[in-house]
Design a protein around this ligand. Structure first.
Ligand code: 8YV
Length: 319
């Protein structure tokens, strides 16, 4: 019996492709350049890895699509409503990325606060000739105030870690989370108060119409001058022009971004010239174990969708 056919947005590394190969026949995204016809009609699944938009017009070209399986938790690139309207199931990988993304949040916060990247460059440079106690004074993480925006699964993991650093933890979320307050000792805060008080502001929200541009000029100006902004969520949550102004004019002390808008930033983007910015290339969930967990979950969603069974992790349009 022939295997169901799926489209893959960007080529997968071998160890990930091996998880899919027994279950489906994989076609490249470039297939969509072909005119409508039997091959496109035969596509039953989409596996997204590289964040390509999966929305209306594309879905119209694949009339027999059953499932969109996303390798990752954030499905901001998938029009879930349009899929639901066509009876197409959408799957993601919650849980697989929570701990690692929270680890990355802490790593970026510490890196920005303690000049890890600048310090590394300096320690390798000819300029480092002798120990100097006035070198690169940083900010203290322990005992300071952390503001977590988005108290979902990742936000909670960040809070758990921050408790080990004796931080006071404020959080802002669409809904107050009394259980998290009780379990993690976090304090609910209006966004304005959080921005005004936090030494570190961590963005842990999904990208939605509500969170796009959430941190712009007004919010950055409201932050403390010694504050650091950490974004492991999605680039468009932060306005990049406003962030550049904030960092170069000293409205805030620093930022650490694992995600940007656009991503990657153009090589001549002014943010790339700033020393008070730590930047990583979307490594939030980049550990080998987490990649494998994500691959297994994404495969299970894909296979279930191809069999017209309920997905183990199905995304639903809110409301
Ligand atoms: C993934 C992520 O690596 O899970 C997510 O939402 O942002 C990342 O951890 C990415 O989505 C893979 O394409």
């Amino acid at each position: 019996m022939s295997l169901p056919r799926i489209l893959l947005d960007i080529p997968l590394p071998g160890f990930l492709e091996a998880t899919l190969a027994p279950h489906c026949e994989i076609y490249p995204w470039s297939l969509l350049e072909e005119p409508a016809g039997d091959l496109l009609d035969s596509i039953r699944g989409i596996y997204t890895y590289g964040h390509v938009p999966v929305a209306g017009e594309l879905l119209d070209r694949l009339p027999n699509l059953l499932v969109v399986s996303n390798f990752g938790v954030g499905v901001d690139h998938v029009d879930v409503g349009a899929c639901e309207a066509r009876g197409i199931a959408v799957g993601n990988t919650p849980g697989a990325v929570d701990g690692v993304t929270a680890d990355m949040t802490m790593a970026l916060m510490l890196a920005a606060a303690r000049n890890i990247v600048t310090g590394d460059h300096f320690a390798r440079s000819p300029g480092f000739t002798s120990y100097d106690p006035s070198n690169l004074p940083g900010l203290e993480v322990h005992g300071s105030t952390l503001g977590i925006i988005g108290m979902g699964r990742i936000g909670r993991e960040v809070a758990r870690r921050a408790r080990g650093f004796d931080m006071r933890i404020l959080y802002h979320n669409r809904n107050r989370d009394l259980e998290a307050e009780e379990a993690l000792g976090v304090e609910y805060s209006e966004l304005a108060t959080l921005l005004e008080q936090a030494h570190f502001v961590s963005l842990n929200v999904p990208l939605t119409a509500e969170t796009e541009g959430l941190i712009g000029e007004q919010q950055l100006r409201a932050m403390r001058e010694d504050a650091v902004l950490v974004n492991v969520a999605r680039g468009p949550v932060v306005d990049p022009e406003a962030l550049h102004a904030a960092l170069s004019e000293g409205w805030i002390a620093g930022a650490a971004l694992d995600v940007t808008e656009p991503e990657p930033l153009p090589r001549d983007h002014p943010l790339l010239g700033l020393d008070n910015l730590v930047l990583t290339p979307h490594l939030g969930s980049a550990t080998r174990r987490s990649r494998l967990r994500m691959a297994e979950m994404a495969r299970d969603n894909l296979v279930a969708g191809l069999e017209k069974s309920p997905l183990p992790n199905q995304v639903r349009e809110p409301g």
